[in-house]
Design a protein around this ligand. Structure first.
Ligand SMILES: Cc1ncc(COP(=O)(O)O)c(C=O)c1O
Length: 400
């Protein structure tokens, strides 16, 4: 036990007591006091299971959880307790994990674009591991953090259509020049990093990137660097129904690592799995606070339903295509309506979904959103002036 987490940080529940039971109990309590505040329920036992599964499936890979994916206190405390590292993209995230006592050696400042003030903050707080993928970033670090240990970020070798988010990373062609420049500036390079993006990851893309990383390792070694750290990034899929995909990706990672970085070669492997760890652990509940009927549908449509807006009052980021559930099963006798669902009033960007077939809802009805743990919670306490929904953490006695 590392003492980052104790029983005061979560509700201990008996085996068999589900997140849904907890959610229903909380809703009964809220209804009794007419409270309509949106909230999360987080099953920390689910995160424990994910961690154990990760270690079993990828025994050579040490996870560094990206704090931007879910910086909630319960998650950070639990993962610190489980011994993972943390990938931080800015000073606030570094401060957050250090505030609960995580040592600097467990922190990787993984952003490819860093503010000088944040680099200096990392330097003064002992955080050494960082990335760079161009000369500008390199010289900022050379000037502001002489003790930094750098990973050279390489561009992922994946099809641009499959991974449109992949915008960072040096090409293999420019690696030689960047490594030579690092040498001239007396910056210590300790390894290579890549991140393949998070959507529809092809297992073979890992294989190609690991092969490219090995070539970059050789360039560094020839220049006299002691290259001993490989970061394979995030992008590992999350929900239970993608289990087969996870196993497939893990098998490709393991065999590729064995080929290019065999056990005993002295290279430590790290990864930054985000959504894999937390997505399925979080459920979100929001109540309807306002409704507005829109214009009836155009002639030519089936004329069955009216368009209407359903407005909730809460302030989180709901991913497109997330699953919405109702506490009571919608009654088949009641017609559904084509509806759009909105976040807090006045936030044009908070239109969550259009064209949803929702049953006749009333103000005060609750909607339940499953798989809400990844990229839904802002690191700063308030987004657009709205309070963050409260999170109730639970864990079964067995998981604890
Ligand atoms: C650079 C980087 N690393 C890691 C991650 C984690 O990705 P995921 O949550 O898909 O594992 C992200 C996600 O955006 C990222 O941008």
């Amino acid at each position: 036990m590392n003492q980052y987490l104790n029983e005061s940080n979560f509700m201990m529940v008996e085996e068999g007591f589900t997140t849904r039971d907890l959610l229903e109990n909380l809703l009964v309590e809220l209804c009794q006091v007419s409270d309509q505040q949106a909230f999360f329920v987080a099953d920390l036992g689910d995160v424990v299971k994910k961690h154990l599964h990760f270690l079993k499936a990828l025994p050579r890979v040490k996870p560094y959880f990206p704090v931007k994916c879910n910086g909630s206190e319960g998650v950070i405390r639990l993962l610190a307790e489980l011994g993972t590292g943390f990938a931080c993209t800015n000073k606030a995230e570094i401060a957050r994990v250090q505030s609960i006592g995580v040592p600097a050696e467990k922190i990787f400042y993984s952003s490819p674009c860093k503010q000088v003030a944040h680099i200096k903050y990392a330097a003064s707080h002992g955080v050494q591991l960082m990335t760079f993928d161009n000369e500008v970033e390199l010289s900022k670090v050379a000037r502001s953090h002489p003790r930094a240990r750098m990973l050279l970020g390489i561009a992922a070798d994946s099809s641009p259509s499959a991974h449109p988010s992949m915008t960072f990373g040096a090409t293999l062609k420019s690696c030689q020049h960047l490594l030579e420049t690092a040498k001239e500036q007396a910056v210590e390079v300790v390894g290579i990093s890549f991140h393949l993006g998070s959507c529809g990851l092809e297992p073979q893309a890992f294989a190609q990137s690991v092969a490219a990383a090995q070539m970059a390792f050789e360039m560094g070694t020839e220049l006299g660097y002691r290259m001993h750290l490989l970061d394979i990034g995030g992008g590992i899929p999350s929900t239970e129904d993608t289990r087969a995909q996870f196993e497939e990706i893990a098998a490709v990672i393991n065999s590729t690592l064995d080929l290019y970085f065999p056990d005993g070669c002295g290279v430590e492997i790290i990864a930054r799995p985000g959504r894999y760890y937390v997505n399925s652990a979080f459920t979100f509940a929001a109540s309807i606070t306002a409704m507005e009927e829109g214009p009836t549908e155009q002639p030519g449509s089936d004329g069955r339903a009216e368009a209407r807006q359903v407005t909730g009052h809460w302030c989180i980021l709901i991913p497109c295509g997330c699953s919405i559930f109702f506490l009571q099963k919608p009654c088949p006798d009641h017609p559904s309506h084509s509806s759009s669902l909105w976040g807090p009033p006045g936030h044009a960007e908070d239109r969550i979904a259009d064209g949803l077939e929702l049953p006749e809802l009333q103000v005060g009805d609750w909607l339940i959103f499953k798989d809400m743990g990844a990229y839904t919670i802002a690191t700063s306490p308030s987004l657009g002036g709205c309070p963050q929904p409260q999170i109730t953490y639970a864990m079964s006695r067995v998981a604890w």
